[in-house]
Design a protein around this ligand. Structure first.
Ligand SMILES: [Cu+2]
Length: 183
């Protein structure tokens, strides 16, 4: 069968030809065809509840075991985060450890400037609105919260406290995600 007959052949014949090509390729590359960790004693990653990892413009929920870096962030009643600017590399999974040293509740919410701004407005209108997403931590006074997040998209993002009045009071910081491949 030459190339032109392949192209004009019925879909079924074409699929059969593709299957033959794939089988031939697999036979010549047995090592690549086998998953690297197929026979280790490592257990399969446990499915811990229905955590939906939804791709957001600012990244996706990460696995704690993939986090190579912890970033400590302080939150205080003067409506400030410390530090107020964080730099990460695209592809990096970060564990944020956010500590509330104040006497009132604070939040750490990662998002785009547009998303956080919109959300902050809603919180002023409906202060008792509750949410829980993998990109937010609600931290009571004196407590510590954690978020593991994978920054798989480059760009300039924000972390903010969206409790009514806090965002408006300046409780916001910047997250700069450097594109992968750039020094
Ligand atoms: Cu706050």
């Amino acid at each position: 069968m030459n190339e032109s007959t392949e192209l004009t052949a019925s879909p079924l014949a074409r699929r059969a030809a593709i299957t033959r090509i794939a089988a031939a390729a697999a036979a010549t590359m047995p090592l690549l065809a086998m998953p690297a960790h197929a026979h280790t004693d490592e257990p399969h990653s446990p499915k811990a509840g229905p955590v939906v990892k939804e791709q957001k413009d600012w990244g996706i929920a990460g696995d704690a075991k993939s986090a190579k870096r912890n970033i400590d962030v302080g939150m205080a009643d003067n409506m400030r985060f410390t530090p107020a600017r964080i730099e990460v590399r695209q592809g990096e999974t970060v564990k944020f450890v956010v500590r509330n040293s104040g006497k009132v509740m604070h939040e750490f919410v990662i998002g785009t400037k547009a998303e956080n701004g919109k959300h902050a407005e809603m919180m002023v209108k409906f202060p008792n609105m509750e949410h829980d997403e993998p990109y937010m931590a609600h931290v009571p006074p004196g407590k510590t919260g954690e978020i593991v997040w994978t920054f798989n998209r480059a760009g300039e993002f924000e972390f903010a406290c969206l409790i009514a009045g806090h965002y408006q009071g300046g409780m916001v910081g910047a997250i700069m995600v450097t594109p992968a491949g750039k020094a």
